[in-house]
Design a binder for this molecule. Structure first.
Ligand SMILES: NC(=O)c1ccc[n+]([C@@H]2O[C@H](COP(=O)([O-])OP(=O)(O)OC[C@H]3O[C@@H](n4cnc5c(N)ncnc54)[C@H](OP(=O)(O)O)[C@@H]3O)[C@@H](O)[C@H]2O)c1
Length: 431
């Protein structure tokens, strides 16, 4: 029996999915036992030059040609954004079609509504491609690690940011130079805002945390800080101290709730995550039985993403995806997690301030930290010429985020401090 597929979108990802379904049909049938037929593709711009391996008669600008076609059993949403993707996805699942989506933005904000609609209509939603591109992390969290209570998920889940930070670290380039080069090389969008401000990583974290902890994740409770304020001077000091800077998406279980945050972090050079470079992604998961597993691979791009989407299409066609979806009460009937505010989350911290080199400054700074109960683990100040502003770097022992933010604000008000204290959290994911 042939399973017919409709695609909503034919951009970077959609065009590759279409090409693979058309040109690798025999290989897919041999490996999966499924006969998959691409029937229609929704686009909006009929004047665009398209992949010439895709027959022109597959294209339509009318969603009804897919959503009202009774032959089409699987709808693949690769349009992106919230609307009209949300309306069309809901229509698909409500009419009993199986939905495959790569749209992390939509799932992070409206996943619960779409999952519930799918469950009610006896349909299902597959979303392997929404996090980590080719990396089968949804499969790992929902099946491979099913025997585990998950304690921690720490991911490098945005290839654009990782490319920029890797370039800055390895060559000493500034943020703006590294970003411009990433755009020229095709590793960053012309408008990279959602990536560099941490928004895209937060979308993925919402999905990963909800799978890891079996709770709904209120997206607006995720603390988000991007890489757009990172100074290359801090990466150099970090390296001197044995750390590499990464944009991390972190979900952790605590006795009284979960913490959810996306921010640049110093990771010890020896940790595997510190060695994930360029546009690659990696997600470290700590389970109570498995210990730490690290899932590494290409997190974006047409082919890696299509690899995950086609795996979902095959699971949907085989009938295993709908079965699994039914067994995942975590997706449809769960409570919302209690999220611990960032102020109450403890870690080690890197602080760098520009200090007027005159007697008494160090005493005032350590006094502020001491009064707030923040103890010092290391301090770096290179030889200075008297009466100049020089960088002073302080590494703290574990301290609550709120106390450190408070201390930095007080330090910034001291006479003899220029600019704002730079603050990067230090994370040592469980080995
Ligand atoms: N790119 C990646 O590496 C990657 C990786 C993982 C996940 N994803 C996710 O995959 C999805 C697609 O990403 P992409 O990079 O392929 O996006 P894209 O290149 O911008 O393609 C979007 C496609 O959707 C179509 N589209 C958008 N709005 C439409 C509308 N209102 N009506 C009809 N068609 C519409 C566009 O049609 P036209 O061609 O006519 O403009 C285009 O074909 C997003 O959710 C993204 O987050 C992407």
């Amino acid at each position: 029996m042939t399973t017919h597929i409709g695609l909503l979108g034919c951009g970077t990802v959609g065009a590759t999915v279409a090409e693979m379904l058309l040109t690798e049909k025999a290989m897919l049938a041999k490996r999966s036992g499924q006969s998959l037929a691409l029937k229609r593709i929704l686009i909006r711009d009929t004047t665009k030059i398209r992949n010439n391996k895709i027959p022109a008669n597959l294209f339509t600008t009318h969603p009804d040609d897919i959503l009202n076609d009774p032959d089409i059993q699987i709808v693949v949403e690769v349009m992106g954004g919230v609307e009209p993707a949300k309306t069309l996805s809901l229509r698909a699942v409500k009419s009993g079609k199986l939905l495959v989506t790569a749209n992390k933005h939509l799932l992070a904000l409206h996943g619960v509504e779409i999952f519930r609609a799918a469950a009610k209509a006896n349909s299902c939603v597959c979303f392997e491609a929404s996090c980590g591109g080719a990396i089968p992390i949804v499969l790992a969290l929902t099946r491979g690690l099913i025997a585990n209570e998950i304690d921690q998920v720490v991911g490098i889940v945005n290839g654009t940011c990782n490319y920029i930070l890797s370039e800055m670290s390895s060559t000493g380039k500034s943020y703006s130079t590294a970003l411009a080069e990433a755009q020229a090389a095709g590793f960053a969008e012309p408008d990279p805002t959602l990536d560099v401000t941490g928004g895209d990583s937060a979308h993925k974290l919402a999905i990963l945390a909800s799978l890891a902890f079996g709770t709904n994740v209120p997206f607006d409770r995720i603390y988000v800080s991007g890489i757009n304020t990172i100074d290359d001077m801090d990466l150099r000091f970090g390296r001197e101290l044995g750390y590499v800077c990464k944009l991390l998406a972190i979900a952790e279980k605590h006795s009284h709730g979960i913490s959810l945050r996306v921010h640049p972090a110093f990771v010890p050079q020896k940790h595997l995550l510190a060695n994930v470079n360029g546009s690659f992604n990696a997600i470290a998961v700590v389970g109570h039985a498995s210990g730490q597993t690290i899932h590494y691979g290409r997190g974006a791009g047409g082919k890696p993403t299509a690899s995950a989407i086609i795996a979902d299409i095959v699971e949907a066609a085989m009938g295993t995806a709908p079965l699994l979806f039914k067994q995942l009460p975590l997706l449809t009937r769960r409570s919302t997690a209690g999220v611990i505010p960032i102020q109450d989350v403890s870690s080690r911290h890197y602080l760098r301030m520009m200090v007027h080199d005159k007697p008494g400054m160090l005493h005032q700074i350590t006094g502020i930290l001491g009064k707030l109960g923040i103890s010092l683990a290391a301090m770096v100040q290179h030889e200075a010429h008297e009466d100049q502003f020089v960088p002073l770097v302080i590494m703290t022992h574990e301290a609550p985020d709120g106390k450190v933010t408070q201390a930095a604000a007080k330090i910034d008000r001291l006479k003899g401090i220029r600019g704002q204290t730079r603050h990067i959290r230090v994370i040592d994911p469980a080995p």
